[in-house]
Design a protein. Structure first.
Length: 231
């Protein structure tokens, strides 16, 4: 199998990324579960923590809603809404405060027109189209004779937009955590040992984005290598 099979390039580029992704996923779950069992002494819920971060940064008009699922927390810039999962919204754990504050950090970015966040939002449509079309062109291209290698090249270009999105996501996610932790510390939402737990929770979550970016880059490099072999 030349393209879909497990050739040497797959083991060189993708297996290390797969291992990293599995590790990061396990790490974020174990860290979140650990600090979900540690209640903060002030009794601040996730929803209250999100509100505090917004208030401390002078951001108004953002709704905070409950959403079903685990680790489904996110900020929706289209409706200016922070949606917190059941394990975060009414929970007083250190992990809940950290996650909620992080999502509020995204809302602050949106309100303050944080440049990397604006860039990411701008490329979302292109990245979505690229992710849908890239593999169609790549798969068809590898089935066609070598003189149609331009079809693969077109697919790789489309895939590059998805890779760009994962790269731009990194500074956005790290900055949201930075804003969250600075506000937690500046407003004394958590005590010192609790702050450490929130920081570890957000650091573990950030590594999942690093793993996603590394996987996307490795896949892009592998596709370029496979396409060049056909020439």
């Amino acid at each position: 199998m030349y393209f879909w099979g497990y050739d040497l390039t797959y083991f060189i580029f993708m297996i290390p990324c797969l291992i990293l992704s599995i590790y990061c996923s396990a790490k974020v779950n174990s860290t979140f579960n650990k600090y979900s069992k540690v209640a903060n002494k002030r009794g601040i819920t996730g929803a209250q923590a999100a509100y505090q971060v917004l208030t401390a940064n002078g951001v108004t008009g953002v709704r905070i809603e409950l959403v079903s699922g685990k680790l489904t927390d996110h900020f929706d810039p289209r409706t200016n809404t922070i949606r917190l999962s059941e394990a975060v919204y009414n929970n007083t754990s250190v992990a809940a405060v950290g996650v909620a504050a992080h999502e509020a950090g995204h809302a602050v970015q949106h309100a303050q027109d944080y440049l990397p966040n604006k860039i990411r939002s701008a490329i979302v449509p292109v990245a979505n189209i690229g992710s849908k079309l890239s593999w169609i062109f790549i798969f068809i291209g590898f089935l066609l004779p070598v003189q149609y290698n331009f079809v693969i090249t077109l697919g790789i270009i489309f895939f590059s937009f998805s890779v760009l999105f994962t790269l731009v996501t990194l500074p956005v996610e790290f900055d949201a955590s930075k804003r969250a932790l600075a506000t937690i510390q500046g407003t004394n939402l958590l005590y010192n040992d609790e702050y450490t737990g929130a920081k570890k929770t957000l650091s573990a979550a950030a590594m999942t984005y690093v793993a996603a970016a590394a996987t996307a880059i490795a896949q892009l490099l592998r596709l370029i290598l496979l396409a060049n072999r056909r020439r």
